[in-house]
Write a protein that binds this ligand. Structure first.
Ligand code: PLP
Length: 410
């Protein structure tokens, strides 16, 4: 076992992955929308990325001793493409990145509390492991993801409602001068795809600035996937700190923290006062893979036209099917990410998701998997279209979805 969240129902064991497809140990081939929870962006085993990683394996292997050219090149590239990045540090995972971001926010503000949103997921560590997909009686209340987390850690994270600025302002009013940071997935893909209104996103930028708190965009899923500059580029909003991971290196383990120079300087080992450590941080292989992924995206802006176009077709196709079949369901998403909620529109915040028919989603997922389409197994999650999916595959997926949804209705 390597994770509490990978095995819902029967465990999967995979033996091969290529482009948009994965093959399991029984020889079944699936069209993959799971994408390893979004770690695959260009497609499985993208040659540009794997070649760069292979070359790095034969290069300097001294992770943990100093800095490599690859790490510097990656930091420079992130600064070039991400609007909020003036400096960047590579970690080995998204959880490490968000843990560091929160520590930094607490250090620079000298405050103790943080705000996250009901439904947002930012990794497994104690500061954020609460209130993701909560049962209706636990939502907005006390809902740690695990035993073993100190009560103080759970209670130091306050829960607000996505797309409801008043719920954030209310917490700032209730805890004056105590909130160090607001952390959010700019689109909470851990509950599908709650797309922020422009007013909400701008409101978060304004309120954090007014109240002296740090705004952290957790772009572990949205980063590089929705635009080269992340979803912040789409929104035109510059957070103080941004965290990365997942698709950034097309399957190789990496994460990153980037942000304003005056904040990031606190991590400076000689002059700063915030600890940032990790033996494998800046791993040359991971940095080479990330650099190759980002360089591919830079050189192929049509990646975004293509995945966004396919995503749009998928959402529209699903919308047409559910309208025709008169099923209470709402397709959602952005760019190449799509979700199917089994509830009526509009779906703006977690409150709307509490009406979701989870059993219907599980049945939909099962029907799609049986037909060879691999999707995230939990209700309310999202699916990913990678650079390797084709137009014909989107059509086949919609045909299968029509069959499954027709069966579901009957
Ligand atoms: N942030 C977001 C938005 C995530 O979805 C995840 C993982 O699913 C993380 C952080 C944690 O990343 P990792 O699993 O690499 O630790």
């Amino acid at each position: 076992m390597n994770s509490s969240t990978r095995y819902i129902g029967e465990p999967y064991a995979f033996v091969a992955a290529d482009g948009a497809y994965v093959t399991d140990a029984d020889g079944r081939r699936y069209l993959d929308y799971h994408a390893a929870f979004g770690a695959i962006l260009l497609g499985h085993n993208a040659p540009e990325v794997n070649d760069a990683a292979r070359a790095a394996m034969d290069g300097v292997d001294l992770t943990g001793l100093g800095v490599t050219e690859l790490e510097v090149a990656l930091a420079e590239r992130i600064v070039e493409v991400i609007p909020s990045a003036e400096q960047m540090i590579a970690t080995m995972s998204g959880s490490e990145a968000t843990a560091q971001a929160i520590r930094l926010a607490r250090a620079v503000t000298d405050r103790d509390l943080i705000i996250k949103f009901q439904g947002g997921f930012h990794g497994w560590h104690d500061a954020v492991a609460r209130n993701v997909i909560s049962a209706p009686d636990k939502a907005y209340g006390r809902d740690p993801l695990s035993k073993g987390i100190l009560a103080q850690a759970v209670d130091s994270t306050l829960i607000a409602e996505f797309n409801d600025l008043d719920s954030v302002v209310d917490l700032f009013d209730r805890y004056p001068d105590r909130i160090a940071a607001v952390i959010l997935e700019p689109i909470p893909h851990n509950v599908g795809a709650l797309v922020p209104t422009k007013d909400f996103a701008q409101g978060l930028r304004d309120v954090t600035q007014e109240r002296g708190a740090i705004l952290v965009f957790d772009e572990v899923i949205t980063g590089f996937r929705h635009a080269l500059g992340g979803y912040q580029e789409v929104l035109g909003i510059v957070p103080d700190i941004t965290t990365f991971g997942k698709g950034m290196a097309n399957g190789f383990p990496i994460g990153g923290v980037a942000g304003r120079r005056d904040l990031m300087e606190h991590f400076n080992g000689r002059t700063g006062d915030v600890l940032m450590a990790g033996t494998f941080n800046g791993s040359p292989v991971a940095c080479a893979a990330a650099l190759a992924t980002i360089d591919y995206l830079k050189a192929h802006p049509d990646f975004y036209e293509r995945t966004h176009g396919f995503g749009e077709r998928m959402r529209q196709g699903l919308a047409d099917i559910v309208t025709e079949l008169e099923i209470e369901a709402t397709p959602a998403g952005f760019g190449g990410v799509f979700a199917l909620y089994f509830t009526k529109a509009p779906v703006l915040g977690y409150r709307d998701l509490m009406r979701n028919n989870d059993a219907a989603y599980v049945a939909f997922h099962r029907g799609m998997t049986e037909r060879g389409f691999l999707m995230l197994p939990m209700s309310l999650k999202r699916n990913h279209i990678s650079g390797a999916h084709t137009s014909e595959e989107i059509d086949r997926t919609l045909e299968a979805a029509r069959e499954v949804l027709t069966e579901l209705r009957n």
